[in-house]
Ligand binder design. Structure first.
Ligand SMILES: Cc1cc2nc3c(=O)[nH]c(=O)nc-3n(C[C@H](O)[C@H](O)[C@H](O)COP(=O)(O)OP(=O)(O)OC[C@H]3O[C@@H](n4cnc5c(N)ncnc54)[C@H](O)[C@@H]3O)c2cc1C
Length: 489
């Protein structure tokens, strides 16, 4: 039996600790924050009549591709609780107004010129460009580095601006010019060569996707997956230490007490129980103390799921999620389906009519939440990123009153329904410092260097969103692979 230290108590660390414990390893998990779950956290919205709705304020779903997340949920006894979103479709909001996002694409890239809604989204000229793409030489764009370069070379600007950019900005907080398509959609360029066109490649990749929706969640929210992982870890004897931060130094690992202000506690407003502050990316090292037991502690292996344990952290992306509980029967008709991606969120902030980069009509998307909030009430989640110049999320300096006003204005614009201040029953906000996305152009080389350095340490393995990609469908299979390497050592 080996003694393994797992660093980080997000979903990667918890899933790894569970797998290791199941393989009869002795596991200690350290989490620098005061709660587990990392970017999967809940928030409770409370109406003045004390009715509550608990929602996800971080990750709210998982991509079904590969099946690893669903397998994990089933192993945890949540198989019957896996649910699909309502088939309402989603919208985008551009300078010329709202339009439906056509179905059947991949990261917004169209797979079929005849797809329903494509002409409404990109016009006849855009559809003609999608048709013409099938006849282009497959070599065109195949060597492109960025996703923007690839899409522009194949289809032109309209497809890029109206279909791809909103998805990439809204979901991955990146501009398509800064996205390495080889990381975001592995093998896309190879499939382009094999199929003869990018739309053909997308159609082929979509055809092997499992039937049904591309994403699913756990009824009640993804935070239930974290709770189930924590429960099982404790049952299996995993020792969980909160408020403890690990740092590799030479051939030693230092376990330090994390400073009390670890993470960013940015949830304010009336909602109780939402004081989440899970991310450590910028806490001052100077305030740390060595944990007392550190000297006589020995670990045979270390599995790191947080980059900061390596002593450096690429600049994170600041994002604020703002959840609103509103009394608005006008939204019963779900005017923008499951939500809206903003096509020009990073354009000149003064000229743009909304500052949010995306809106999820959460109670329209998830029937279980619709039931939980009751008649005429709705939950809407907005996300705000930095301005084009970078820096913190653009809402971060707003106090609650100003944020309420901004969020109501943006939600009204994006939903096409005027929401008045008296309709707002509660608001929760959460600031996220999202690790530098692995799909950012240039990041792959940085991560290769990290992995090469780690390869020299047979006792250390790494996995997690910071090195494996954004989203559970990237993280969970990578955890399984890393655990297999740890066990094989
Ligand atoms: C707003 C938002 C929405 C999202 N929506 C989705 C979605 O719908 N679907 C999806 O699949 N993905 C989504 N994601 C991404 C998804 O949440 C992440 O990919 C995934 O949860 C990452 O898990 P992780 O364990 O790798 O990292 P994290 O969740 O970041 O966990 C790392 C943990 O390590 C801790 N830590 C850091 N440094 C140290 C240290 N030195 N020592 C000890 N502990 C340390 C941190 O406090 C943290 O708890 C979303 C993310 C955000 C922020």
């Amino acid at each position: 039996m080996a003694r393994v230290l797992v660093v980080g108590g997000g979903v990667a660390g918890l899933a790894a600790a569970r797998r290791l414990a199941l393989a009869d390893q002795e596991v200690v998990l350290v989490e620098a924050g005061d709660r587990l779950g990392g970017m999967i956290q809940s928030a409770t919205l409370r109406a003045p009549d004390d009715a509550t709705a608990t929602i996800d304020i971080g990750a709210e779903a998982f991509a079904v591709r590969g099946g690893a997340v669903e397998r994990l949920a089933k192993e945890l006894g949540l198989g019957d609780e896996i649910v699909e979103p309502s088939a309402l479709g989603s919208w985008a909001h551009g300078a010329e107004g709202p339009y439906r996002m056509p179905a059947g694409g991949l990261t917004g890239i169209p797979g079929d010129p005849g797809a329903e809604g494509l002409a409404a989204a990109i016009g006849d000229e855009g559809v003609a460009a999608v048709r013409a793409e099938a006849e282009l030489d497959p070599a065109i764009g195949a060597e492109a580095d960025s996703l923007a370069e690839l899409v522009r070379a194949r289809f032109g600007d309209r497809v890029l601006d109206r279909l791809v950019a909103p998805v990439v900005r809204g979901v991955y907080s990146l501009d398509p010019d800064a996205v390495d398509h080889r990381v975001l959609v592995p093998r896309l360029a190879e499939r382009l060569r094999e199929e003869g066109s990018l739309s053909g490649a997308v159609a082929a990749m979509r055809s092997i996707a499992p039937p049904g929706a591309l994403v699913r969640t756990v009824r009640g929210g993804m935070h239930r997956l974290v709770q189930a992982l924590e429960d099982e870890c404790r049952l299996l004897g995993v020792e969980i230490r909160l408020g403890v931060r690990a740092r590799l130094e030479g051939d030693r690992v230092l376990l330090e007490q994390a400073p009390a202000d670890h993470g960013v506690r940015a949830v304010r407003g009336r909602a109780p129980g939402v004081e989440t502050g899970p991310l450590l990316l910028s806490a001052p090292l100077g305030e740390c103390r060595d944990a007392p037991a550190s000297d006589d502690e020995r670990f045979d292996r270390i599995l790191i799921t947080a980059e900061s344990a390596l002593g450096h952290t690429a600049p994170p992306v600041s994002t604020e999620v703002v959840a609103l509980l509103v009394d608005a029967p006008e939204l019963d008709a779900h005017p923008r389906g499951t939500g809206v991606l903003v096509a020009d969120a990073d354009a000149d902030a003064d000229a743009a009519d909304v500052e949010a980069k995306a809106l999820t009509h959460a109670s329209a998307k998830w029937p279980w939440l619709d039931e939980a909030v009751g008649d005429g009430r709705h939950v809407v989640r907005l996300s705000y990123g930095p301005t084009v110049e970078g820096g913190p999320a653009r809402t971060l300096d707003l106090d609650d009153a100003a944020l309420r006003e901004r969020a109501l204005r943006d939600a009204s614009t994006l939903l096409g329904v005027e929401l008045r201040p008296e309709q707002l029953l509660d608001l929760a906000r959460q600031h996220w410092c999202i690790p530098q996305p692995a799909a950012r152009l240039g990041r792959r080389d940085e991560l290769d260097r990290v992995r090469t350095a780690i390869d020299a340490r047979p006792d250390v393995e790494v996995c997690g969103t910071w090195c494996d990609g954004t989203g559970l469908a990237h993280v969970i299979p990578a955890v399984d692979a890393a655990v297999a390497r740890v066990i094989a050592q």
